[in-house]
Write a protein that binds this ligand. Sequence first.
Ligand code: ADP
Ligand code: MG
Length: 374
Amino acid sequence: GYQRVLEENRKLYNQVQDLKGNIRVYCRIRPMVPGQSNTLSSIDHIDERTVTILTHSKNGKEARKSFTFNKIFGPSVTQAEVFSDTQPLIRSVLDGYNVCIFAYGQTGSGKTHTMTGPKELTEEGLGVNYRALSDLFHLSNQRKDTISYEISVQMLEIYNEQVKDLLSTDKIRNSSQNGINVPDANLVHVSSPSDVINLMDLGHKNRSVCSTALNDRSSRSHSCLTVHVQGKNLTSGNILRGSMHLVDLAGSERVDKSEVTGDSLKEAQHINKSLSALGDVISSLASRSSHVPYRNSKLTQLLQDSLGGQAKTLMFVHIAPEYEALGETLSTLKFAERVATVELGAAKVNKDGGEVKELKEQIAYLKVALARKE
Ligand code: ADP
Ligand code: MG
């Protein structure tokens, strides 16, 4: 009896979570920046959730394509505003959820700007990474009378399907048993935002050391800042664990295979493979497929525990306003649309069926039933 009620309860809870949609997609449009052409494509940000792009077909016909996401951030939206829509996820890390935040887009579209900030960092320029961590400290401090939290971070880079620890100089061993685990990666305990800033500096330095061999390695590798949170309830002694992956993905631009050879071709193939593996994983989670192909790339293996299930995913897709970028902009938006299917589908169920409400009522009922059993 008890076990069954518990299981029922969990199943219903999962369904409600699924219906609410654990994958969010935000689209950010970069402003014009110095050094880029000022011939712009016609991008219209028509409401909070919809963006339209003017395209030309082969016979010169013009058409407007429209894309809908959970949120569109126009070119003048500040770092603080972008973060304020991310904040609820940060709180849930402290509640024991696993969270993944990705920055997707072609090179130069603003991924690093969103996650880290501009090169000359100012207070207002601080990206999601810094803001998320300082929020974690702030919130955990608010709860310090009931829960004692420990926060530690890892910084990894995935380049050509190899995982490298950015907080050390040794290469990480790959144990292929169950996804990849990274036992040797440095997991560094942090107790203040300034600890984190120092570590990120170290990570960025380590990353750029590698870029002497090939310029701008950062656009050809994924970088992943992982935050582990452990909270101990001071009354019950219960431990909860949450994690957050903050991922600045490799540039999504398609490389013309006829034009590149050797190392560049290899890089392009690896990037292609891992970004499409990521898309496949997210869309099979979206369609509730029984098989989720986590094992097709290092990136998805690394994030396996944090994608799907009760994990929460947020993808920032970035587009550049230049006309030259139009082809990539469209392919970025198509990728993003595929990723966004879950939530959009869910929103529909929600509107039509009132199923969430019904399931919530059932949960409330079961909770009472459960409490009586105890
Ligand atoms: P990516 O990481 O996708 O290659 P970057 O984040 O390096 O792109 O952005 C390219 C350039 O555009 C950088 O100089 C960056 O500071 C600037 N930039 C990107 N997004 C914005 C923004 N929202 N506001 C102002 N400048 C931006
Ligand atoms: Mg970058």
